[in-house]
Design a protein. Sequence first.
Lengths: 248, 77
Amino acid sequence: MSDLSNKVVVITGAARGIGFAIAESFCKAQATVIIIDLMPEAVEKAVNALKGNGTKAFGYTGNVTDAAGIEEIFSDIVGKHGSIDCLINNAGITRDNLLIRMKEEDWQLVMDINLKGSFICTQKVFKHMMKARKGSIVNMASVIGLMGNAGQANYAASKGGLIAFTKSCAKEFAARGVRVNAIAPGFIETEMTATLSDEVRAEYARIIPLQKMGTPSDVANLCLFLAGDSSAYITGQTIAIDGGLTMQ
Amino acid sequence: MDIEAKVKQIVMDKLGVEEAQVVPAANFIEDLRADSLDTVELVMAFEDEFGLTIPDEDQERLRTVGQAIDYLKEKLG
Ligand SMILES: NC(=O)c1ccc[n+]([C@@H]2O[C@H](COP(=O)([O-])OP(=O)(O)OC[C@H]3O[C@@H](n4cnc5c(N)ncnc54)[C@H](O)[C@@H]3O)[C@@H](O)[C@H]2O)c1
């Protein structure tokens, strides 16, 4: 288990799903973990679930699309904990539909949360990381951002955009010791995918070389690596965690 | 500490240059080898130190050490 005991890690959209699994893993690695999510009750519930065994878990209610709110939260975190060493831009949504039927609102909402939200959080956190001359930012993209998918044009565009955003930020921030990488998960077992039929699962298993879906903790393990000093020489990369689905 | 001394100290800290180089005519980019992000950091450091906000359109007016000192004296005076 990597030792991240001196690191302060902020994870957006971490009240449930993959973000919550990431928060659990960082807690186990002794990091100071701060989760940000939309609903106060969900944040409180998640923080309570993370607490115990001397973990350092804290929560804020916030929306990644609210620049002023995020700025305030980050200042508060730096004031209380001294720094933000790692930001994981995990908050993301889907609003699937065939392009021909896609509503402009559904295009816009996905862009706002997945892409603009990551821009806002990255800009606000970089102000602090730039002064500290160190930091690691991890953007949660998706294999859909690499391959595209019928019915997910908005989501694919947002995640593809996030991958390009990752590379630009990595170049801009490199001279300040701040690394930026993206993770592209494939099919991951979450509440979202729990409802899939056996048929669909069998089809996924057929196309995935490792023949099964991934787990949130598979994604969390990669976050631990990218947050810590073990990945000190890695920046601007998009790492797929997909059972081999997108290998080239 | 007066404005001039504080500005010089910030420039030395942020750009890692010697006091002798921080003369009024020194251009941050051409003479003190700042990159574009360094100039943003300098402005942010001035804002923190002197408790004011320097609007984007005014940043053009802070190209040299002397210009920065004059600007800050004018705003704080
Ligand atoms: N589940 C998968 O198979 C999969 C695959 C690839 C990529 N991803 C990506 O992983 C990330 C997490 O996915 P998940 O499956 O855990 O989703 P999820 O819906 O279970 O969790 C997302 C969390 O983000 C929060 N959130 C939504 N909008 C927000 C906003 N504006 N501000 C703050 N928080 C907000 C939600 O409240 C929720 O708690 C997403 O970016 C998603 O695109 C998931």
